[in-house]
Design a protein around this ligand. Structure first.
Ligand SMILES: [Zn+2]
Length: 333
């Protein structure tokens, strides 16, 4: 176990905030990434002007010149966006007709996937490590644990957080983690939005990542895993391959539940029970797997660095932890 782990009984909704950690080794602007062929130098953080981006944490307007251009870009791909109706908020119980309509392949209600979705790693005992909803105050703690253990992860980044914490996003990228789109606002499931709103959510997240890192992401994860064939087609037309997390039945996915510790909806002990359940299920899969975890809150970072990651590293047979993009390149021969 991690000797510096916060005691499990302290990780919960009533926990006081510990001082936010300083980012170790802030990369200098102009640093040229050596791990990517022909990568441009790292942009200066002074070039990121928050007022030039949409309001934080709400669906961006669709009448801006940027979004209007992205709509034209999507149209010019010739990719047909299926005319599937927008869903109502409230998920499957509030959308019984849509939920029963298998032609729309709505992951949320029944777990339908298409060939273009990534939802596991091909090789058994490989964990495609992912953290969602950052960068945020405690992400540096996670980065420092990953560094100490020579681990790389995929980060599903919210645009509204990236514009607020651009230095952390640069540190993730320069640390050779995989950076992926997780929408601008994360304020609504994508199937509840119009085509134009989905384009705005994905486009602004792509843009802030490009502005901060100098490179354009080519994968995405829909907030809440909410995707159907309409959202898929728009994502693919925007050059973004969807990455989900592993599902083991129509109703169960490999979700730690870590997001809900801070609100008190789940205890940290229950998250560790979920983790045991995940490990039990992963051990009988023929493939590797992807688990839902977050770096938005102090509690989820503490449970990851203090318990889940140390446990994963101590498992027999040995688990290989890799960013999703890396695990996909390591197929069994
Ligand atoms: Zn999320």
């Amino acid at each position: 176990m991690n000797p510096t782990a916060v005691p499990l009984s302290q990780i919960g909704s009533t926990e006081s905030s510990s001082p936010t950690p300083t980012l170790q080794g802030t990369p200098a602007s102009g640093t040229v990434p050596t791990f990517l062929p022909n990568a441009p130098p790292l942009p200066a953080l002074s070039s990121i002007i928050p007022s030039q981006y949409p309001k934080l944490d709400v669906v961006p307007p669709t009448d801006s010149p940027e979004v209007q251009q992205w709509i034209l870009d999507v149209q010019s791909t010739g990719i047909q966006i299926p005319s599937i109706s927008v869903t109502q908020p409230g998920g499957c119980p509030n959308n019984t007709q849509a939920a029963a309509d298998t032609t729309r392949c709505w992951w949320t209600c029944g777990g339908c996937v298409r060939e273009t979705d990534v939802s596991d790693c091909p090789t058994k005992n490989t964990w495609g490590l992912t953290y969602d909803d950052g960068p945020a105050f405690y992400t540096p703690n996670l980065l420092s644990y990953l560094d100490q253990n020579e681990l790389k992860s995929t980060f599903f980044v919210i645009g509204s957080r990236a514009v607020s914490f651009p230095a952390i996003l640069q540190a993730e990228y320069i640390g050779q983690h995989h950076i992926s789109v997780h929408t601008w606002s994360h304020s609504a499931p994508l199937t509840t939005l119009t085509n134009e709103q989905i384009i705005a959510e994905l486009g602004w997240c792509k843009k802030i990542i490009k502005d901060v890192l100098g490179v354009t992401p080519n994968t995405m994860r829909p907030p809440f895993g909410d995707i159907d064939d309409r959202v898929r087609a728009i994502s693919l037309a925007m050059g973004l391959t969807p990455i989900m997390w592993t599902r083991i039945s129509a109703t169960a996915t490999l979700d730690t539940g870590d997001f809900y510790i801070s609100s008190g909806a789940i205890t940290s002990a229950q998250v560790l029970q979920n983790w045991e359940y995940i490990m039990g299920n992963a051990s009988v899969l023929n493939t590797g797997f992807i688990v839902l975890e977050h770096d938005l809150f102090q509690q989820s970072v503490e449970i990851a660095t203090g318990y889940i990651l140390p446990d994963a590293l101590a498992r027999t047979p040995k688990l290989t932890l890799q960013p999703v993009i890396t695990c996909l390149n390591h197929r069994d021969k």
